[in-house]
Design a protein around this ligand. Structure first.
Ligand code: ARG
Length: 265
């Protein structure tokens, strides 16, 4: 099934502040390379038959390339994003306006902090909801009231995996892969119970952002350095496609962070 995706070009991308352990503003970013790597991801989505819409980047918002954080869109309904850090707060209204202008009429400006699909991942008709670093747990109840599919809160405990989409990826309706050590013991137990057959990532694959992946049910786009995950995915019948997004990783983002799924009603 082709998906509709929203992406934002990294033409204003840079690492000028640090709001996660990956970001080191002293380290140079190669803007040209970041753009080429991002274009490869965009082109690949299109080659696979998905539709990619592009939102215009805004100067002074270097993390706007991480479209996943811009909103959560389920059944054509849009929950806006309200960022934890002031460096990113302006992004929420920019994404929400774009969605309104592109036919998404049912929008909700959130009361509580939530960083969009960074912390909300839809697995089948279950909404997995991260908290611990960015999204306020009170947002989970807000999402439950607004959307409908049952929301399951999951607590992240390792600052390197500060968004749910850095520690867990949805492969199909009932199949996920995740890195257990990124979650609290209670959340690990819940994940085991909901997804007994999940693919578990090694420390090495998690550390190269292997879980920041996009799956369409058949292909799984993921950082190419996550070689064990790729092999395990192939064994399960998926087609892993590795990408190099080294420049975006300097901000703590990769494949999934650059991708917001627009799920129609
Ligand atoms: N530098 C960004 C931040 O810390 C990276 C966001 C990555 N996005 C994601 N969906 N995990 O907010």
């Amino acid at each position: 099934m082709p998906r509709r995706l929203l992406m934002c070009s990294p033409s204003h991308f840079d690492v000028t502040y640090s709001i996660n352990p990956w970001m080191e503003p002293e380290k140079p970013v190669d803007g040209g390379l970041a753009l080429a790597q991002w274009e490869r991801l965009r082109d690949l989505y299109r080659e696979l038959g998905h539709t990619v819409d592009i939102i215009e980047p805004v100067g002074g918002l270097p993390d706007m390339v991480f479209a996943a954080n811009g909103a959560t869109v389920i059944d054509g309904r849009v929950l806006g994003a309200r960022f934890r850090h002031m460096e990113r707060t302006a992004e929420g209204p920019v994404y929400l306006s774009w969605l309104r202008e592109h036919g998404f009429a049912e929008t909700h400006w959130p009361e509580h902090i939530n960083e969009g699909e960074g912390d909300y991942l839809l697995a089948g008709r279950r909404l997995l909801a991260g908290t611990g670093f960015r999204t306020d747990p009170r947002s989970h109840a807000e999402a439950q009231e607004f959307f409908g599919p049952p929301v399951t809160g999951l607590t992240l405990v390792d600052p390197r995996y500060y968004h749910l989409d850095t520690a867990l990826a949805v492969l199909g309706d009932d199949e996920i892969m995740y890195y257990p050590a990124a979650f609290s013991p209670g959340s690990r137990a819940a994940l085991r119970e909901m997804f007994p057959d999940a693919l578990l990532a090694t420390d090495e694959d998690a550390a190269v952002f292997g879980l920041n992946a996009f799956g369409d049910g058949r292909h799984v786009l993921l950082p190419e350095a996550a070689t064990r995950l790729a092999a395990a995915l192939r064994e399960r019948g998926y087609e892993p496609i590795g990408l190099d997004l080294s420049e975006l990783l300097k901000a703590g983002g990769s494949v999934k962070c650059c991708t917001l799924e627009l799920r129609a009603g």
